[in-house]
Write a protein that binds this ligand. Structure first.
Ligand code: TYC
Length: 102
């Protein structure tokens, strides 16, 4: 038989298990140098967007300064930010990508 303390611990563990994880928006920032075609390919590759969707998001970033590429759990969001920055630096483009809790 469980005592009061044990029941409390079980309830707490169950509550922790049921709580959805925090989500993070991954955002792309505009700059004056990264080619538009390159940004479209990055969005298709890292965020699995169609060419049409990637073009829409790229143009939104270009016109408004920033755009959301997707919303993910922390580890997935952070991996995507790293992938974008790595591919951009490899091609010597200043493209910036960040994440923010929703
Ligand atoms: N502004 C860039 C250009 O005119 C294109 C661009 C779009 C750059 C989106 C970055 O996240 C970006 N070549």
């Amino acid at each position: 038989m469980r005592n009061q303390e044990q029941r409390g611990a079980v309830l707490e563990a169950e509550k922790a298990k049921l709580k959805p994880p925090p989500l993070y928006k991954v955002m792309l920032l505009n700059d004056d140098y990264t080619p538009m075609d390159f940004v479209v390919v990055v969005l298709q590759t890292v965020f699995a967007m169609s060419r049409e969707k990637a073009t829409q998001v790229m143009l939104q970033v270009h016109r408004e300064g920033m755009g959301v590429c997707g919303t993910y759990t922390r580890e997935v969001a952070s991996t995507k930010v790293e992938q974008v920055v790595a591919i951009a630096r490899k091609h010597q483009h200043p493209l910036q990508c960040t994440m923010e809790e929703t």
